[in-house]
Design a protein around this ligand. Structure first.
Ligand code: FMN
Length: 169
């Protein structure tokens, strides 16, 4: 079956790609927390250790990252579906109000880190470019926090518009 090459066809095609579900967080210059659910996160290079995130330019998180040059990628555990929905805006929470869901701590620079995340990666922006509606942000990793080493929680995965717990075959 061929699909039209338009935004709807693109969304249907990309929905087949399973994505690890993260919460990308930042702080505004005034110190308010911002965060969104994001699956557009990828490894870039181990030297220097870097990753990229794609952030909708309309979001407060994108603005905070652009203004302060810092963000954190928090990989959700399999039971983090309620956090993912809240930070995707489902239920209507926005800005600081999203952080009522989840146990949030602070990293070395005061940015929100999720207690219980599979891994949390604090980053400083090294490069950034506009791609249509989104900002592609490359971050150099400054701190790595890995959750429970014994029986590490399986991550939350999004595919075909549904959340899944990753399980070994
Ligand atoms: C599973 C899932 C993955 C998402 N991935 C991204 C992403 O990678 N980048 C992005 O900008 N928005 C992504 N979104 C949408 C944002 O989470 C949503 O637009 C954002 O929470 C809106 O926040 P606001 O209402 O505070 O602006 C995703 C949503 C879901 C449900």
């Amino acid at each position: 079956m061929t699909m039209p090459v338009d935004p709807a066809g693109f969304r249907q095609a990309m929905a087949r790609f399973p994505g690890a579900v993260t919460i990308v967080t930042s702080l505004t210059p005034e110190g308010e927390r911002r965060g969104i659910t994001a699956t557009a996160v990828a490894s870039v290079t181990a030297d220097p250790p870097s990753l990229l995130v794609c952030l909708n330019r309309k979001t407060g998180t994108c603005a905070a990252v652009a203004q302060t040059g810092r963000f954190v990628v928090n990989l959700l555990p399999g039971d983090g579906g309620d956090i993912a929905l809240c930070f995707a805006g489902v239920g209507g929470a926005s800005g600081e109000a999203k952080f009522k869901v989840g146990d949030w701590r602070e990293d070395e620079h005061g940015l929100p880190v999720l207690q219980g995340a599979v891994v949390s990666l604090s980053c400083t922006v090294s490069e950034s470019l506009i791609a249509g509606t989104h900002q592609v942000v490359i971050g150099q990793i400054t701190h790595i926090r890995v959750g429970a080493e014994v029986e590490a929680p399986a991550p939350l995965v999004y595919e075909q518009s549904r959340f899944h717990r990753l399980a070994p075959i």
